[in-house]
Structures are given as structure tokens and as C-alpha cells.
Design a protein around this ligand. Sequence first.
Ligand SMILES: *Cc1c(COP(=O)(O)O)cnc(C)c1O
Length: 436
Amino acid sequence: MNRQRSEAAFAAAKRVIPGGVNSTVRAFRAVGGTPVFVREAHGAYLVDVDGNRYLDYVLSWGPMIAGHAHPAVVEALHRAAERGTSYGTPTEYETELADVIVEAVPSVDKVRFCSSGTEATANAIRLARGYTGREKFIKFEGCYHGSADPFLIAAGSSALTMGVPNSLGVPAATAQDTLIVPYNDAAAVRAAFEHNPGEIAAVIVEPYVGNMGMVLPLPGFLHALRTMTREYGALLIFDEVMTGFRVARGGVQAREGVLPDLTTLGKVIGGGLPVGAFGGRAEIMDRLTPDGQVFQAGTLSGNPLAMAAGLATLRLLGDDTFLQLERLGQRLVDGMAEVFTGRGVPHTVAAAGSMFGFFFADGPVTDLAGAKRSDTALYGRFFHAMLDRGFYFAPSQFEAAFLSLAHTEAEIDRTVEAADDALAALRPAQDDVVCR
Ligand SMILES: *Cc1c(COP(=O)(O)O)cnc(C)c1O
């Protein structure tokens, strides 16, 4: 596959943009090679600047659940843009989208919009701190909550000590207030509460993790978080930026029947435009300014184009849609698992709603340490072999994959066949070697 124009575009970008990208993972460092520069996208397909087409399983890292350039979304954007693109005043659009969210997400009575998932989680933590009068919070290793300072923290040498910054520029003082524990480890959460009595404002969690590859909670884990946060007077925050309107209309909380105090949203609710939101019980949300004393603001918060694209997208998503997407996702991971088994590749797969993932490691994978057992070199080779066959997966083993309304059963089956072909080219199965 010829990608000369992408190569030239990357060289040009690197002259004026650090690393040539505006979000780190886009640079392909985890898999090597040159990022694909996209010219346009329609339905389930990306078209790059060289004219190559790829079946897209990244979908802008989650938002494009309707597929690219869905006519209803494009039409809504046209109509909104003709009336102006930002006013800095309240609009009825915002209430309309807020109503849809409050209706769909079980724990949310009130919601405030901002412009990214990063803003949503940063605001949710500030609100939790303001509400409880406490400063520390618990975060799970491998969960991603955007790029704000309090979340760019890794585990210290002992799980019970404070975290350490995992980026230069994050103050050690900030890291002290973020306690890092392994995902799915309820005992470690209890230990963190016991060692920091009266100091922990919140536990924030990706209830289904999509940011270390896809990792699901063990039975009872989310319930345990709910029980413990109540017991110790902390808030439970579900970061559903990825899973909201993705694994079900009401997100993970609707599937699992565990209701957090605060929920963060983003991605799908903006239909591909920049958006974030955080919501929860009225009594907590009313602590925000202007009624309360926890500050929040944003020039483009609740932007009319983002609200219009979000509304148009959410209107396409009924409960039946998620069942259909879940069937497709299951078909894909079942097919992939069969291929991996056939080719002798150790693997673990997971799927929920329109989200799925696979690790090149024996299961079960329940936390970051488990995810890191993956054969990332094999993933890199598999990624490129699939790319060359016209299939775009995430350029890193540690990301979830997504389906849209535009993906069909035939495309799923084609993907599974291509995966078998790709692995055959990379790594002949044992008995192939023997037979010859
Ligand atoms: C993507 C993501 C974020 C950050 O959202 P941005 O819009 O990229 O700032 C936060 N939390 C989770 C779970 C995410 O998947």
C-alpha cells in the first residue's frame, strides 16, 4: 500500500507541530511507522491522503458511533452553523441535550457541559473535593482520565504510599494527593481508605476500562467501590467518557446497576465535536458556581455545534441499537479468538456493547500488570499487517476498539478473514510448518 503522501504530510507536520501530532498516541510510536493522514471519512471507512481506504475500528477514539459523516449529523451541523457557531450565552440546545442525558443516565439529575473529557474529569475532581472538603482521591493504575495534572500519576514504590508524577511538569505536591491502586483490587482500595482516614474525597474509575486495552470489572468490584465510598464518606465517580452511550444508552451504570455519585461523559455525546460533561445528584451538582462555590467555566462550553451533533447522534441510538452492536462485537471477538487459537497466538478478548478489545496474552487480564504481559511486538506487526490489508485498528495494544452503526456483519467477517491472513503471513502456525 502506497503511503507516500502520508509520509510527506508527516514530515511537514513535524516541522511545525511537536512530534507531528496534536495528541501523543497518533504518532504511532507504539507500533512504529508513519501515521496515516486522513483526508475524509464516510460511514465505517477512513480515506487517507494517498486515497487508501480503511475499515475504521478506532472511530476517532470512540465518538463516531453513528459512523463518519452520518447524514443526520451533517444536516444538524449545517442547520446549527447557519445560525452562528458560538454566542457565549445560554441556548436551548444545551437544555435539550441535558434532558436526553438526565433521562438516559440513571445517576444523573443535573449535568454541566464543558469542551473535553479532560475538563470533565478535572471538574468532577474539583467538585468532589469541594463537596467533601477533602483533598486526596483514589485512581486505578491503567485507567485514563484525560491529560490534567492530577491524573498523570503513577503508583509509587508501595501501593499505599502517594503516587509519583508520570510526566515532567506535574508537581510532586499534586502527585501526593492521588493514590494509585490496581484495578479490580477492592482490598487495596480499602487499605488506601484505612491509611488515609477522613482524607479521601473520591474514587474515580473507568467502570469498564478502555484505556489499557479493554478490561472488564470482576463480579462485585463496582459494588464494592460503591459500598466502600459510602462507608468512608467519599464520592464515587464513574468516568464514562468512553462508555457513556457506547456500551448502553445509560453507560456501564445502566448495565451493572451500580450508581455513582458523579459521572463524566464526552466522546459520543458530542457526535465527533469537542465536548465533555459531568453530572450527578442535584445536591452535589448545585455546589457548582453560580449557586455554589466550586468554580467552573468555559468560553465554548455547551457549544451549539457540539450540542447539535450530539443530539443528532443520540437520537440514532435506541436500546435495540446497542443489542445489535453487541451482537456484531461478539461476532468479531469470537471470530478473532478462533483465528488466534488456530494460529497458536496466546490471547484474551473482551467485548461489551459497541466496544471490544484483544490482548496478545493469555487471560484473564484484570489489571494493568496483566495487560502488560501482552506481546506488544506481535501487536505492532499485526497492526501493520492489518493496516496494509485496509483495516485500521488502534496504533497501540493498550486501547479499546469500537464499532459504529455503519459496520456490517459482512465487514466483520472480512476483518476476521484478514486477521487470519495477516497472522499466517507473520507467523505460520505450527502444523503448517510440520506439514510442509
Ligand atoms: C478519552 C477519555 C478521557 C479524555 O477525554 P478527552 O476528550 O480526550 O479530553 C477521559 N476519560 C476517559 C475514560 C476517556 O476515554
